[in-house]
Design a protein around this ligand. Sequence first.
Ligand code: DGL
Length: 275
Amino acid sequence: MPSPTSPIGIFDSGVGGISVLRAIREQMPAESVSYFGDQGHVPYGSRSLEEIQSFSEAITRFLLEHEAKIIVVACNTASAAALKYLREKFPDVQFVGMEPAVKPAAEHTHTGKVGVLATPATFQGALYASVVERFANGVELFQSTCPGLVQQIEHGNLHGRETRRILEEALLPMLEKNIDTVVLGCTHYPFVIPLIQRIVGDAKRVRVIDPAPAVARQTGRLLEAEGMRNLSGQRGDVRFYTSGDPEALRSLLPMLLGEMGDVAEVKWSNGHVVR
Ligand code: DGL
C-alpha cells in the first residue's frame, strides 16, 4: 500500500513530462518521483487512440507496482486519449491529467485571438473539443501541430535551426492574425519557451502559457486532501524509467531538469513493461 513517503508516478511519451516534473520539484521538493518516459514509442501524437490507451494502461500498472501514490499523466496526448479510460480501469487510483489551457488564455486575451500548439491526437480528441466548447466563447483559436517539434526536443535541440524553422512556420501566420496569447498544449513545448518568446516578441505583447505550475499545484492539492503529502524536510529522489536509450536520457537531464536522477532501462514485452 502506498504511504505519504511513496513516490508520485509521472509519465509521458518521452522527456515532455519533465516540464511538469520540474514544477513538482519546485513546489514539493520533499516528494520522491518515479518518472516513466516511453521513449521507445515517442511520438504518441500520431498514434491511434487504442494504442495510446494500451501504452498508458501498462505504464500505469508499472508505476503502481513501484508504489506510486498518485499518477500524473504529464502528456496532453495521453490525457486526451486515455485519461477517462484510466480512471475507469483503476477506480481507486488518483490521476492528474493535462488539458490545453484554453480557459486561462480566453480570460487573458485582449485581441480575442489565441494560438494553440498541440499534437494531432490532442486536437482530434473529445477533451479538446469540450475545452473549446466550454471556454473559448467569442475567442478565435489558431491551431498548429508543429510537425517534428517533439522529435527535436527529444534530441535536446532546443535552439537549433530546424527547431526555429518549425516554430516560425507555426507562429508567424498566427502573429499575422494578431494573437496575443499562445497555449502550449504539449508538455514538450515549455522547453522551447525562450525560442518561442524570441519569435513572438516579449511577454507583454504575447503571453505564452505553460500549464505545468498549475498541474503541480493540483497534484499537491489532491495529495493534501488524501493525507498523502510527504512532510519530511528532506529532498525526495527522482528515479527515471525509459523504454528508449538510458544514456541519451541521462545526458539530457542537466539541461531539462537541472539535476541528475537514477535512470533505469525498461522493455516492452507482449504489451507489458518489464525491467
Ligand atoms: N508530450 C506529449 C504531449 O503533451 C506528447 C508528444 C508526443 O509524443 O507526440 O502531448
